[in-house]
Structures are given as C-alpha cells and as structure tokens.
Ligand binder design. Sequence first.
Ligand code: UGY
Ligand code: MN
Length: 207
Amino acid sequence: MRAPLPGMKRATAVVHASPAIGAKFTQYTAEFEARGLLPRCETQRFVYVLEGTLQGMKAGDYAWFPAGVEMTAESIARAAVLEKAYQPLAGTAMPGCIQGSESLVVPTPLMGDPDLEVRCLIPADAAFDLAVNTMTFRPGATLPMVEVHVMEHGLLMLEGAGIYRLGDHWYPVTEGDFIWMAPWLPQWFGALGKAPTKYLLYKDWNR
Ligand code: UGY
Ligand code: MN
C-alpha cells in the first residue's frame, strides 16, 4: 500500500520492511511526481534511483548520506530508499557522503562464478555498517549454496525472474518483488528465463 511519509511532498512511499516487522532498518520505494520532495532524515540513508531523475541522479545512480539530505525529483521518478540508525565503531569516524553509478562499478564473480556478478555500491571500509550490492545472474545461474548467516537482508528484484528458497518454502519472484530476510534465514536463489536477473541487496555489515 502507498502512504506518504512525514514531510514528503508530491511523493509517496511503499514501505517494504521496517522495525514494525522486526527488521533493524527501514526500506521503501519512494514514488515522485515532478518536483516531488523527499525530506531530510536524522539517520543514514541510501538511495538508488529506479526510474526518472532525482536530484540529478538517473536510473542506476545511487548515493549514501550519514544523515539523509532533502532531495527533489526533476521528473516523475522512483527510488529505493533505505534508512537505519548508524552503529558507530570505536576509533572510526562516520564516513562522508558517497555518490556513484552502478554501471561504473567493476563487477566481481561470486565465489569464482563468472555467471554471477556482484557490484558493491558501498566502499569496502569498516566505517560503513552496511553493504548494498547488486547481484546479476545470467540465465540459469544460482547461488552456490543455501546460505545461513547472522546478517539480515532487504532484497528488491530489479530485473528478470527466478525462484527464491526461504527456509523450506520456494517462491517464484519477479521484477518489483521485495523480500526481507531475517538473520539466519536459510536462503538460495536460481535465475529463470532467457534474460539476466538482477537484484539490489542490503545487508548489515562490518559490525
Ligand atoms: O551476500 C549475500 O549474503 C548474498 N549472497 N545473499 C543473497 O543473495 N541472498
Ligand atoms: Mn545472503
């Protein structure tokens, strides 16, 4: 369901996961009309543009802020937004803003599999308490094992389709679907169809 968050103007949110479900982060899709406004926020915020232009960023561009700054859409736009309280690390300063474009990030094959490309959007720096990656599967590619880990995930399907195993359940998933994975949820994915499958994946990291 759509509902505007406080301070949004000409914009609305589809909240996918939040502390209300047990997650330690909030993730939503923000939908903007032209001149739509995303207000500032007190916590760290990651933004990945899905469609249109937001504060000069176009689809595939992303930004991270230690505290969310106000952003305005220049056109009809949609963005994946993730917010959470920053967990400090003793002896490490909170990082400054970063901005980038997914297409310029050099991919690494997951565990040596050239059919599964990981693009890390957040720098490998322990000052960041999160990782956000895109994972691109060639048709038929799969995660190499059923993963079980302490980290939780927020997952947004960006392109293509496949089958997600969560615990003992198997779900067909396609573009636009969202999954919250709690810590230690057994997880596995296999890509289906004739085109690549890509998802945007958050996990708590470095803490
Ligand atoms: O990095 C990860 O934990 C990732 N491989 N998990 C996932 O795709 N469900
Ligand atoms: Mn995982």
